[in-house]
Design a protein around this ligand. Structure first.
Ligand code: FAD
Length: 463
Protein backbone atom coordinates (compact mmCIF):
# COMPACT_ATOMS: atom_id res chain seq x y z
CA UNK A 1 0.00 0.00 0.00
CA UNK A 2 1.41 3.42 -1.02
CA UNK A 3 0.54 6.75 0.56
CA UNK A 4 -2.33 7.21 3.03
CA UNK A 5 -3.60 10.68 3.87
CA UNK A 6 -5.10 11.11 7.35
CA UNK A 7 -7.38 14.15 7.29
CA UNK A 8 -7.76 15.29 10.89
CA UNK A 9 -10.69 17.44 11.96
CA UNK A 10 -12.09 17.23 15.49
CA UNK A 11 -9.82 14.34 16.45
CA UNK A 12 -6.48 15.88 17.41
CA UNK A 13 -4.99 12.97 19.34
CA UNK A 14 -3.03 9.78 18.80
CA UNK A 15 -4.51 7.50 21.46
CA UNK A 16 -7.87 5.93 20.65
CA UNK A 17 -7.85 7.48 17.20
CA UNK A 18 -8.95 4.99 14.52
CA UNK A 19 -7.25 7.10 11.83
CA UNK A 20 -3.93 5.84 13.20
CA UNK A 21 -4.90 2.19 13.51
CA UNK A 22 -3.69 0.13 10.58
CA UNK A 23 -4.17 -3.53 9.83
CA UNK A 24 -1.40 -3.17 7.26
CA UNK A 25 0.45 0.13 7.65
CA UNK A 26 0.87 2.14 4.44
CA UNK A 27 4.37 2.81 3.13
CA UNK A 28 3.96 6.52 3.83
CA UNK A 29 1.52 8.60 5.84
CA UNK A 30 0.57 12.25 5.32
CA UNK A 31 -1.29 13.83 8.26
CA UNK A 32 -3.19 16.99 7.36
CA UNK A 33 -5.33 19.54 9.19
CA UNK A 34 -7.06 22.31 7.24
CA UNK A 35 -8.42 25.34 9.05
CA UNK A 36 -11.57 26.07 7.10
CA UNK A 37 -11.23 29.61 5.74
CA UNK A 38 -14.98 30.04 6.19
CA UNK A 39 -14.56 29.86 9.96
CA UNK A 40 -12.55 33.07 9.83
CA UNK A 41 -15.36 35.07 8.29
CA UNK A 42 -18.79 35.93 9.73
CA UNK A 43 -21.79 33.77 8.89
CA UNK A 44 -24.53 35.79 7.14
CA UNK A 45 -26.26 37.91 9.78
CA UNK A 46 -23.61 37.89 12.52
CA UNK A 47 -20.82 40.42 12.45
CA UNK A 48 -18.24 38.02 13.91
CA UNK A 49 -16.22 35.09 12.59
CA UNK A 50 -17.45 31.60 13.39
CA UNK A 51 -14.28 30.87 15.32
CA UNK A 52 -13.29 33.42 17.95
CA UNK A 53 -9.79 34.05 19.32
CA UNK A 54 -10.15 31.84 22.40
CA UNK A 55 -10.97 28.69 20.42
CA UNK A 56 -8.49 29.45 17.68
CA UNK A 57 -5.73 29.77 20.26
CA UNK A 58 -6.71 26.45 21.89
CA UNK A 59 -6.88 24.83 18.46
CA UNK A 60 -3.39 26.03 17.57
CA UNK A 61 -2.01 24.78 20.87
CA UNK A 62 -3.62 21.42 20.15
CA UNK A 63 -2.13 21.28 16.65
CA UNK A 64 1.35 22.16 17.90
CA UNK A 65 1.07 19.46 20.58
CA UNK A 66 -0.19 16.94 18.02
CA UNK A 67 2.71 17.72 15.73
CA UNK A 68 5.11 17.01 18.59
CA UNK A 69 3.48 13.62 19.22
CA UNK A 70 3.55 12.76 15.52
CA UNK A 71 7.22 13.77 15.17
CA UNK A 72 8.13 11.56 18.13
CA UNK A 73 6.69 8.62 16.20
CA UNK A 74 8.49 9.29 12.93
CA UNK A 75 5.62 11.19 11.27
CA UNK A 76 4.70 14.89 11.02
CA UNK A 77 1.75 17.25 10.52
CA UNK A 78 0.85 19.68 7.77
CA UNK A 79 -1.55 22.51 8.61
CA UNK A 80 -3.07 24.70 5.94
CA UNK A 81 -5.72 27.44 5.88
CA UNK A 82 -8.18 27.20 2.99
CA UNK A 83 -11.01 25.17 1.54
CA UNK A 84 -10.54 21.76 3.21
CA UNK A 85 -11.83 19.82 0.21
CA UNK A 86 -9.58 21.59 -2.28
CA UNK A 87 -6.54 21.29 -0.04
CA UNK A 88 -7.02 17.60 0.80
CA UNK A 89 -7.93 16.59 -2.75
CA UNK A 90 -4.94 18.56 -4.10
CA UNK A 91 -2.51 16.95 -1.66
CA UNK A 92 -3.91 13.48 -2.31
CA UNK A 93 -3.35 13.94 -6.02
CA UNK A 94 0.10 15.52 -5.72
CA UNK A 95 1.42 12.80 -3.44
CA UNK A 96 -0.28 9.88 -5.11
CA UNK A 97 -2.40 8.87 -2.12
CA UNK A 98 -4.34 5.65 -2.54
CA UNK A 99 -6.44 6.22 0.58
CA UNK A 100 -7.84 9.21 2.49
CA UNK A 101 -8.99 8.55 6.05
CA UNK A 102 -11.37 10.83 7.93
CA UNK A 103 -13.56 10.63 11.01
CA UNK A 104 -17.29 10.69 10.33
CA UNK A 105 -18.34 13.95 12.01
CA UNK A 106 -21.81 14.90 13.21
CA UNK A 107 -21.64 18.41 11.74
CA UNK A 108 -23.58 19.02 8.55
CA UNK A 109 -20.81 21.13 7.03
CA UNK A 110 -18.24 18.42 7.70
CA UNK A 111 -20.55 15.80 6.19
CA UNK A 112 -21.00 17.90 3.06
CA UNK A 113 -17.25 18.39 2.79
CA UNK A 114 -16.66 14.66 3.02
CA UNK A 115 -19.19 14.09 0.23
CA UNK A 116 -17.53 16.74 -1.92
CA UNK A 117 -14.15 15.20 -1.24
CA UNK A 118 -15.46 11.82 -2.42
CA UNK A 119 -16.35 13.45 -5.74
CA UNK A 120 -13.09 15.37 -5.98
CA UNK A 121 -10.73 12.47 -5.32
CA UNK A 122 -9.28 10.78 -8.33
CA UNK A 123 -10.32 7.33 -9.42
CA UNK A 124 -8.79 4.54 -7.41
CA UNK A 125 -8.45 6.66 -4.27
CA UNK A 126 -10.38 5.11 -1.41
CA UNK A 127 -12.20 7.48 0.95
CA UNK A 128 -12.40 5.70 4.29
CA UNK A 129 -14.79 7.20 6.85
CA UNK A 130 -14.89 5.91 10.37
CA UNK A 131 -16.64 6.66 13.66
CA UNK A 132 -14.52 7.75 16.61
CA UNK A 133 -14.34 9.93 19.69
CA UNK A 134 -17.74 8.97 21.12
CA UNK A 135 -18.73 6.31 23.65
CA UNK A 136 -20.62 4.37 20.99
CA UNK A 137 -20.20 3.78 17.29
CA UNK A 138 -23.16 3.76 14.95
CA UNK A 139 -22.91 -0.02 14.72
CA UNK A 140 -23.21 -0.40 18.51
CA UNK A 141 -26.28 1.84 18.89
CA UNK A 142 -29.21 -0.25 20.16
CA UNK A 143 -31.39 1.17 17.39
CA UNK A 144 -30.89 2.27 13.78
CA UNK A 145 -29.87 5.93 13.60
CA UNK A 146 -33.11 6.73 11.77
CA UNK A 147 -35.08 5.49 14.83
CA UNK A 148 -33.17 7.49 17.43
CA UNK A 149 -35.68 8.33 20.20
CA UNK A 150 -36.81 11.98 20.26
CA UNK A 151 -35.80 12.36 23.93
CA UNK A 152 -32.60 11.64 25.84
CA UNK A 153 -34.21 9.58 28.61
CA UNK A 154 -35.52 6.86 26.32
CA UNK A 155 -32.20 6.85 24.44
CA UNK A 156 -30.31 6.38 27.72
CA UNK A 157 -32.64 3.64 28.93
CA UNK A 158 -32.23 1.72 25.68
CA UNK A 159 -28.45 2.14 25.70
CA UNK A 160 -27.96 1.26 29.36
CA UNK A 161 -30.11 -1.86 29.14
CA UNK A 162 -27.25 -3.79 27.68
CA UNK A 163 -24.18 -1.82 26.94
CA UNK A 164 -20.46 -2.27 26.89
CA UNK A 165 -18.35 0.70 25.91
CA UNK A 166 -15.41 -0.60 23.85
CA UNK A 167 -12.07 0.06 25.53
CA UNK A 168 -10.00 2.97 24.23
CA UNK A 169 -6.99 1.98 22.11
CA UNK A 170 -3.42 2.87 22.94
CA UNK A 171 -1.50 5.42 20.88
CA UNK A 172 0.70 3.86 18.18
CA UNK A 173 4.37 3.48 19.10
CA UNK A 174 5.62 4.39 15.63
CA UNK A 175 4.02 5.62 12.45
CA UNK A 176 4.86 5.23 8.75
CA UNK A 177 7.32 7.79 7.36
CA UNK A 178 6.40 11.10 5.76
CA UNK A 179 5.92 11.07 1.96
CA UNK A 180 9.02 12.21 0.05
CA UNK A 181 8.98 15.92 -0.64
CA UNK A 182 5.65 16.57 1.07
CA UNK A 183 5.34 19.94 2.83
CA UNK A 184 5.15 19.97 6.63
CA UNK A 185 4.54 22.25 9.58
CA UNK A 186 2.05 24.95 10.46
CA UNK A 187 1.88 28.70 9.95
CA UNK A 188 2.41 30.88 13.03
CA UNK A 189 -0.87 31.72 14.70
CA UNK A 190 -0.11 35.44 14.54
CA UNK A 191 -0.17 35.18 10.74
CA UNK A 192 -3.53 33.41 10.75
CA UNK A 193 -5.16 35.67 13.36
CA UNK A 194 -3.24 38.20 15.37
CA UNK A 195 -6.11 38.56 17.86
CA UNK A 196 -5.96 34.84 18.68
CA UNK A 197 -2.19 34.93 19.16
CA UNK A 198 -2.59 37.78 21.64
CA UNK A 199 -5.71 36.44 23.40
CA UNK A 200 -5.36 35.55 27.10
CA UNK A 201 -8.11 34.35 29.48
CA UNK A 202 -9.21 36.69 32.25
CA UNK A 203 -7.64 35.57 35.54
CA UNK A 204 -11.05 35.79 37.26
CA UNK A 205 -11.98 32.56 35.47
CA UNK A 206 -9.54 30.79 37.83
CA UNK A 207 -8.66 28.27 35.15
CA UNK A 208 -6.58 28.27 32.03
CA UNK A 209 -7.21 25.73 29.26
CA UNK A 210 -4.17 24.61 27.27
CA UNK A 211 -4.76 22.64 24.10
CA UNK A 212 -3.30 19.21 23.33
CA UNK A 213 -3.58 15.54 24.20
CA UNK A 214 -1.08 15.61 27.05
CA UNK A 215 -2.77 18.60 28.70
CA UNK A 216 -6.17 16.89 28.37
CA UNK A 217 -4.87 13.68 29.93
CA UNK A 218 -3.28 15.69 32.73
CA UNK A 219 -6.61 17.40 33.46
CA UNK A 220 -8.39 14.03 33.49
CA UNK A 221 -5.77 12.60 35.82
CA UNK A 222 -6.05 15.61 38.15
CA UNK A 223 -9.84 15.42 38.30
CA UNK A 224 -9.70 11.75 39.29
CA UNK A 225 -6.63 11.77 41.53
CA UNK A 226 -7.81 14.82 43.49
CA UNK A 227 -11.05 13.00 44.34
CA UNK A 228 -13.18 15.74 42.75
CA UNK A 229 -14.96 13.05 40.74
CA UNK A 230 -16.34 11.56 43.98
CA UNK A 231 -18.32 14.78 44.54
CA UNK A 232 -19.28 15.59 40.96
CA UNK A 233 -23.03 15.03 41.37
CA UNK A 234 -23.15 17.53 44.26
CA UNK A 235 -20.81 20.14 42.75
CA UNK A 236 -21.57 20.06 39.02
CA UNK A 237 -24.06 22.94 39.23
CA UNK A 238 -21.32 25.25 40.49
CA UNK A 239 -20.42 28.48 38.76
CA UNK A 240 -16.82 29.24 39.68
CA UNK A 241 -13.66 27.47 40.68
CA UNK A 242 -11.48 24.94 38.93
CA UNK A 243 -13.00 21.60 40.01
CA UNK A 244 -16.78 21.83 40.39
CA UNK A 245 -17.07 19.98 37.09
CA UNK A 246 -14.56 18.09 34.97
CA UNK A 247 -13.83 21.01 32.56
CA UNK A 248 -12.91 18.38 29.99
CA UNK A 249 -15.18 19.86 27.33
CA UNK A 250 -12.53 21.75 25.29
CA UNK A 251 -10.35 18.64 24.97
CA UNK A 252 -13.33 16.48 24.08
CA UNK A 253 -14.62 19.02 21.55
CA UNK A 254 -11.29 19.24 19.73
CA UNK A 255 -10.75 15.51 20.04
CA UNK A 256 -7.61 15.84 22.17
CA UNK A 257 -9.40 13.25 24.33
CA UNK A 258 -11.99 10.67 23.37
CA UNK A 259 -15.08 9.89 25.44
CA UNK A 260 -13.84 6.32 25.80
CA UNK A 261 -10.59 7.47 27.37
CA UNK A 262 -12.61 9.37 29.98
CA UNK A 263 -14.92 6.38 30.43
CA UNK A 264 -11.97 3.98 30.95
CA UNK A 265 -10.25 6.32 33.38
CA UNK A 266 -13.44 6.72 35.44
CA UNK A 267 -13.89 2.94 35.47
CA UNK A 268 -10.30 2.46 36.64
CA UNK A 269 -10.95 5.02 39.40
CA UNK A 270 -14.14 3.15 40.38
CA UNK A 271 -12.20 -0.13 40.55
CA UNK A 272 -9.85 1.45 43.12
CA UNK A 273 -12.23 3.63 45.10
CA UNK A 274 -15.65 2.14 44.48
CA UNK A 275 -18.30 3.44 42.12
CA UNK A 276 -20.70 6.07 43.44
CA UNK A 277 -23.48 8.21 42.03
CA UNK A 278 -21.01 10.94 41.12
CA UNK A 279 -18.64 8.79 39.10
CA UNK A 280 -21.65 7.33 37.28
CA UNK A 281 -22.92 10.86 36.59
CA UNK A 282 -19.80 11.81 34.63
CA UNK A 283 -20.55 8.93 32.25
CA UNK A 284 -24.21 9.96 32.22
CA UNK A 285 -23.16 13.41 30.97
CA UNK A 286 -20.96 11.87 28.31
CA UNK A 287 -23.99 9.94 27.18
CA UNK A 288 -25.77 13.29 26.68
CA UNK A 289 -22.88 14.24 24.44
CA UNK A 290 -23.30 11.01 22.49
CA UNK A 291 -27.03 11.65 22.23
CA UNK A 292 -26.57 15.13 20.76
CA UNK A 293 -23.97 13.73 18.37
CA UNK A 294 -26.30 11.04 17.04
CA UNK A 295 -29.24 13.46 16.96
CA UNK A 296 -27.18 15.90 14.87
CA UNK A 297 -26.23 13.09 12.50
CA UNK A 298 -29.89 12.27 12.10
CA UNK A 299 -31.06 15.86 11.70
CA UNK A 300 -28.51 17.09 9.17
CA UNK A 301 -28.99 20.70 8.08
CA UNK A 302 -32.27 20.95 10.04
CA UNK A 303 -30.19 21.19 13.25
CA UNK A 304 -29.48 24.87 12.54
CA UNK A 305 -32.96 25.97 11.50
CA UNK A 306 -32.88 28.40 8.56
CA UNK A 307 -29.18 29.16 8.13
CA UNK A 308 -29.52 32.89 7.37
CA UNK A 309 -29.61 34.56 10.76
CA UNK A 310 -32.09 37.33 11.59
CA UNK A 311 -30.70 40.84 12.24
CA UNK A 312 -29.16 41.40 15.66
CA UNK A 313 -31.89 43.27 17.57
CA UNK A 314 -31.10 45.66 20.44
CA UNK A 315 -32.15 43.09 23.08
CA UNK A 316 -29.81 40.50 21.58
CA UNK A 317 -26.91 42.96 21.62
CA UNK A 318 -27.65 43.83 25.25
CA UNK A 319 -27.61 40.11 26.08
CA UNK A 320 -24.42 39.46 24.14
CA UNK A 321 -22.63 42.39 25.74
CA UNK A 322 -23.86 41.70 29.27
CA UNK A 323 -26.05 44.82 29.49
CA UNK A 324 -29.48 43.36 30.34
CA UNK A 325 -29.45 44.67 33.91
CA UNK A 326 -29.96 41.13 35.28
CA UNK A 327 -26.72 40.52 37.22
CA UNK A 328 -26.72 36.73 36.88
CA UNK A 329 -27.02 36.98 33.10
CA UNK A 330 -24.64 39.88 32.64
CA UNK A 331 -22.00 38.24 34.84
CA UNK A 332 -22.18 35.01 32.85
CA UNK A 333 -21.99 36.79 29.51
CA UNK A 334 -18.99 38.71 30.82
CA UNK A 335 -17.31 35.50 31.89
CA UNK A 336 -17.96 33.87 28.53
CA UNK A 337 -16.49 36.79 26.60
CA UNK A 338 -13.47 37.04 28.89
CA UNK A 339 -12.62 33.34 29.28
CA UNK A 340 -14.24 31.41 26.40
CA UNK A 341 -15.96 29.06 28.86
CA UNK A 342 -19.04 28.90 31.04
CA UNK A 343 -20.51 26.38 33.48
CA UNK A 344 -23.46 24.32 32.31
CA UNK A 345 -25.73 26.03 34.85
CA UNK A 346 -24.84 29.47 33.50
CA UNK A 347 -25.20 28.31 29.87
CA UNK A 348 -28.71 27.06 30.54
CA UNK A 349 -29.73 30.28 32.23
CA UNK A 350 -28.34 32.69 29.65
CA UNK A 351 -29.85 30.64 26.82
CA UNK A 352 -33.24 30.56 28.52
CA UNK A 353 -33.06 34.29 29.26
CA UNK A 354 -32.35 35.21 25.65
CA UNK A 355 -35.06 33.03 24.19
CA UNK A 356 -37.83 33.06 26.80
CA UNK A 357 -37.46 36.44 28.51
CA UNK A 358 -36.03 38.68 25.78
CA UNK A 359 -37.81 36.93 22.92
CA UNK A 360 -34.49 36.60 21.04
CA UNK A 361 -33.86 34.13 18.25
CA UNK A 362 -32.16 30.99 19.59
CA UNK A 363 -30.02 30.77 16.44
CA UNK A 364 -28.34 34.09 17.20
CA UNK A 365 -27.52 32.83 20.68
CA UNK A 366 -26.12 29.59 19.29
CA UNK A 367 -24.06 31.51 16.72
CA UNK A 368 -22.62 33.76 19.43
CA UNK A 369 -21.71 30.68 21.52
CA UNK A 370 -20.10 29.18 18.40
CA UNK A 371 -17.88 32.25 18.14
CA UNK A 372 -17.11 32.60 21.84
CA UNK A 373 -16.75 29.07 23.26
CA UNK A 374 -13.40 27.28 23.44
CA UNK A 375 -15.31 23.99 23.62
CA UNK A 376 -17.71 24.71 20.75
CA UNK A 377 -19.03 21.48 19.33
CA UNK A 378 -21.66 21.62 16.60
CA UNK A 379 -23.86 18.85 17.94
CA UNK A 380 -23.69 19.82 21.64
CA UNK A 381 -24.07 23.55 21.08
CA UNK A 382 -26.83 23.66 18.51
CA UNK A 383 -28.54 20.65 20.14
CA UNK A 384 -28.59 22.27 23.60
CA UNK A 385 -29.87 25.55 22.19
CA UNK A 386 -32.68 23.76 20.41
CA UNK A 387 -33.45 21.88 23.60
CA UNK A 388 -33.76 25.08 25.67
CA UNK A 389 -35.75 26.83 22.95
CA UNK A 390 -38.03 23.81 22.54
CA UNK A 391 -37.61 23.47 18.80
CA UNK A 392 -37.02 20.35 16.77
CA UNK A 393 -37.03 16.92 18.34
CA UNK A 394 -38.15 18.06 21.79
CA UNK A 395 -41.16 20.32 21.43
CA UNK A 396 -41.08 21.08 25.17
CA UNK A 397 -39.36 24.37 25.91
CA UNK A 398 -37.12 24.76 28.94
CA UNK A 399 -37.59 28.08 30.65
CA UNK A 400 -35.66 28.97 33.81
CA UNK A 401 -36.68 31.33 36.59
CA UNK A 402 -33.40 33.20 36.39
CA UNK A 403 -33.75 35.21 39.61
CA UNK A 404 -34.61 32.10 41.57
CA UNK A 405 -31.68 30.28 39.98
CA UNK A 406 -29.33 33.15 40.79
CA UNK A 407 -30.31 33.13 44.45
CA UNK A 408 -30.07 29.37 44.67
CA UNK A 409 -26.72 28.91 42.94
CA UNK A 410 -25.09 32.21 43.90
CA UNK A 411 -26.67 32.93 47.29
CA UNK A 412 -23.98 35.36 48.46
CA UNK A 413 -23.73 37.08 45.10
CA UNK A 414 -20.01 36.23 44.96
CA UNK A 415 -20.21 35.13 41.33
CA UNK A 416 -22.03 38.21 40.07
CA UNK A 417 -19.71 40.51 42.04
CA UNK A 418 -16.64 38.80 40.54
CA UNK A 419 -17.75 39.64 37.00
CA UNK A 420 -19.47 42.93 37.82
CA UNK A 421 -17.28 44.67 40.39
CA UNK A 422 -19.82 47.49 40.94
CA UNK A 423 -22.04 44.90 42.68
CA UNK A 424 -19.32 44.12 45.20
CA UNK A 425 -20.14 47.44 46.88
CA UNK A 426 -23.59 46.10 47.80
CA UNK A 427 -24.04 43.77 50.79
CA UNK A 428 -23.64 40.06 49.97
CA UNK A 429 -26.83 38.11 49.30
CA UNK A 430 -30.11 39.01 47.64
CA UNK A 431 -29.23 42.66 47.03
CA UNK A 432 -26.57 41.73 44.50
CA UNK A 433 -29.04 39.72 42.43
CA UNK A 434 -31.67 42.51 42.60
CA UNK A 435 -29.61 45.71 42.80
CA UNK A 436 -32.43 47.84 41.32
CA UNK A 437 -34.47 47.18 44.47
CA UNK A 438 -31.79 48.44 46.90
CA UNK A 439 -30.00 51.11 44.87
CA UNK A 440 -32.44 52.25 42.16
CA UNK A 441 -30.47 55.44 41.61
CA UNK A 442 -27.50 53.38 40.38
CA UNK A 443 -29.07 50.24 38.92
CA UNK A 444 -31.94 50.27 36.42
CA UNK A 445 -34.41 47.36 36.48
CA UNK A 446 -33.48 44.55 34.06
CA UNK A 447 -34.89 44.35 30.55
CA UNK A 448 -36.91 41.27 31.57
CA UNK A 449 -37.03 38.30 33.88
CA UNK A 450 -38.62 39.52 37.09
CA UNK A 451 -41.98 37.78 36.61
CA UNK A 452 -40.92 34.62 38.45
CA UNK A 453 -42.00 32.36 35.62
CA UNK A 454 -39.95 29.41 34.48
CA UNK A 455 -38.44 26.29 36.01
CA UNK A 456 -36.84 26.67 39.38
CA UNK A 457 -34.84 23.52 39.89
CA UNK A 458 -33.88 23.62 36.23
CA UNK A 459 -35.52 21.29 33.81
CA UNK A 460 -33.14 18.51 33.09
CA UNK A 461 -29.78 18.46 34.77
CA UNK A 462 -31.60 19.83 37.77
CA UNK A 463 -30.44 20.12 41.35
C1 FAD B 1 -26.88 26.48 25.48
C2 FAD B 1 -25.80 25.44 25.70
C3 FAD B 1 -24.74 25.31 24.79
C4 FAD B 1 -23.76 24.34 24.98
N1 FAD B 1 -22.73 24.25 24.08
C5 FAD B 1 -21.79 23.28 24.23
C6 FAD B 1 -20.72 23.14 23.30
O1 FAD B 1 -20.62 23.86 22.30
N2 FAD B 1 -19.78 22.19 23.54
C7 FAD B 1 -19.87 21.35 24.62
O2 FAD B 1 -18.99 20.50 24.79
N3 FAD B 1 -20.89 21.43 25.48
C8 FAD B 1 -21.85 22.37 25.34
N4 FAD B 1 -22.88 22.47 26.24
C9 FAD B 1 -23.02 21.41 27.26
C10 FAD B 1 -22.38 21.68 28.64
O3 FAD B 1 -22.77 22.94 29.11
C11 FAD B 1 -20.85 21.60 28.58
O4 FAD B 1 -20.45 20.41 27.96
C12 FAD B 1 -20.28 21.61 29.99
O5 FAD B 1 -20.69 22.75 30.68
C13 FAD B 1 -18.77 21.58 29.90
O6 FAD B 1 -18.20 21.59 31.17
P1 FAD B 1 -17.50 20.29 31.76
O7 FAD B 1 -16.53 19.75 30.78
O8 FAD B 1 -16.98 20.64 33.09
O9 FAD B 1 -18.73 19.31 31.87
P2 FAD B 1 -19.06 18.16 32.92
O10 FAD B 1 -20.26 18.56 33.67
O11 FAD B 1 -17.87 17.80 33.68
O12 FAD B 1 -19.49 16.94 31.97
C14 FAD B 1 -18.53 16.05 31.40
C15 FAD B 1 -18.64 16.08 29.89
O13 FAD B 1 -19.93 15.63 29.49
C16 FAD B 1 -20.34 16.34 28.32
N5 FAD B 1 -21.58 17.09 28.63
C17 FAD B 1 -21.98 17.54 29.83
N6 FAD B 1 -23.19 18.15 29.72
C18 FAD B 1 -23.52 18.09 28.42
C19 FAD B 1 -24.63 18.55 27.66
N7 FAD B 1 -25.66 19.19 28.23
N8 FAD B 1 -24.62 18.36 26.34
C20 FAD B 1 -23.61 17.72 25.72
N9 FAD B 1 -22.54 17.24 26.38
C21 FAD B 1 -22.49 17.43 27.71
C22 FAD B 1 -19.23 17.31 27.95
O14 FAD B 1 -18.42 16.71 26.98
C23 FAD B 1 -18.50 17.47 29.28
O15 FAD B 1 -17.13 17.82 29.11
C24 FAD B 1 -23.86 23.46 26.09
C25 FAD B 1 -24.92 23.59 27.00
C26 FAD B 1 -25.87 24.57 26.81
C27 FAD B 1 -26.99 24.69 27.80
Amino acid sequence: MGVTLAWLRHDLRLADNPLFRFERPPEQLLCVYVLDRDWLSPPPGLGLPRIGPARLRFLWQSLIALRGELLRRGSDLLVRVGDPVEVVAGLAERHGASEVRVRRDAGWDETQQTLRLGEALGEGVRLWQIDGGMLLDEASLPMPLASLPPGFSSFRRRVERDWAVPAACQAPVTLPPWPDGAPRGLPPLARVCDGAARWRPDARGAFSFAGGEEAGLARLEHYLASGAVARYKQTRNGLSGPDFSTRLSPWLAHGCLSARQVHDAVQAWEARHGANESSYWVIFELLWRDYFHWAARQEGAALFGPRRLPPEAAAFLAWREGRTGMPFIDAAMGELAATGWLSNRARQNVASYLVHELGGDWRLGAAWFEHALIDFDTASNWGNWRYIAGVGRSAQMHRFDVLWQAERYDPEGAYVARWQPELAELPGGRARQRPWTVAPERFAPPLAGTSGQGARAGARQGG
